[in-house]
Design a protein around this ligand. Structure first.
Ligand code: SF4
Ligand code: SF4
Ligand code: FES
Length: 256
């Protein structure tokens, strides 16, 4: 057993500071264990959000030594505990208190995305390769770590004209669904703000579900927007036949 100092943000929307807590750590502990120990023994009013402690509910996102991560999946033996470990709330969203942030903007922005819309009298037959294409996107646990690191939201606070990587993933799951016939390209180009994304891939790097956010969701969506609005020939045929362009499993693109 050894002791580690944690510098944990304590405060609210009006401000706050890092406070030191010394924790006796044991083999196998994760950051969330340390936070729970602090709550149990030193600061019962320390606020943090968690639920599953298994990396599946998406609740416990925070910035540990400056790195956005799930606290329940960050083992202490993977970080340098010879120096104080800082734990701060996600920066992109307003602090409610301590480590709990207000992420409701994500649910408001989500309303811009038209829901799943099958064709009338659809036969509900899908090919496995079409199911596989969108399955990756369905793994999202809505931790919002990708939203937290995206510079468009984090540095530029562009929450009016950009929906962020999480919601681009959700849009991709609908646009690439084999039975969906809705067209969300206008939303992506305008209020969704896909043009703001400059493919830095920071979102992909932090995704705990290892979703290929940029390569498999954002880039194919960008291609569809370009085809629709900047390729007059393709745009003409798509408007004429109403087809939705989809990516093949190989990563190549093909028209339905
Ligand atoms: S790739 Fe795009 S969405 Fe992802 S972090 Fe970079 S700018 Fe944001
Ligand atoms: S795409 Fe990944 S990082 Fe973004 S909210 Fe979903 S699980 Fe979290
Ligand atoms: S507590 Fe559920 S993801 Fe960490």
């Amino acid at each position: 057993m050894s002791t580690v100092t944690f510098k944990v943000f304590r405060g609210d929307r009006s401000g706050g500071e890092l406070k030191d807590y010394t924790v006796e750590v044991q083999e196998g502990m994760v950051v969330l264990d340390a936070i729970h120990q602090i709550q149990a023994e030193q600061a019962p009013d320390l606020a943090c959000r968690w639920n599953c402690k298994a990396g599946k509910c998406g609740s416990c996102g925070a910035e540990v030594n400056g790195k956005p991560t799930l606290m329940c999946m960050t083992r202490l033996d993977t970080i340098d505990t010879s120096k104080p470990v800082t734990v701060r709330p996600m920066k992109t969203f307003p602090v409610i208190r301590d480590l709990a942030t207000d992420v409701k903007w994500n649910y408001e922005a989500n309303k811009k995305i038209k829901p799943f819309t099958p064709a009338p009298n659809t036969d509900w037959i899908m090919y496995q390769e079409d199911v596989d294409r969108v399955q990756e996107f369905r793994k999202c646990i809505e931790c919002f770590l990708c939203q937290n690191v995206c510079h468009v939201l984090r540095e530029h606070d562009e929450k009016t004209g950009f929906i962020g990587p999480r919601l681009l993933v959700r849009t991709a799951s609908l646009e690439m669904h084999p039975l969906d016939v809705e067209n969300r390209l206008d939303m992506l180009k305008n209020e969704g703000g896909i043009g703001y994304c400059n493919i830095t891939k920071c979102c992909t790097e932090v995704c705990p579900e290892h979703i290929h956010i940029t390569d498999n969701a954002i880039i194919p969506l960008k291609e569809r927007v370009v085809d629709e609005y900047y390729d007059p020939v393709l745009g003409f045929f798509r408007r004429l036949f109403g087809s939705k362009k989809r990516a093949e499993p190989s990563g190549q693109a093909a028209d339905d």
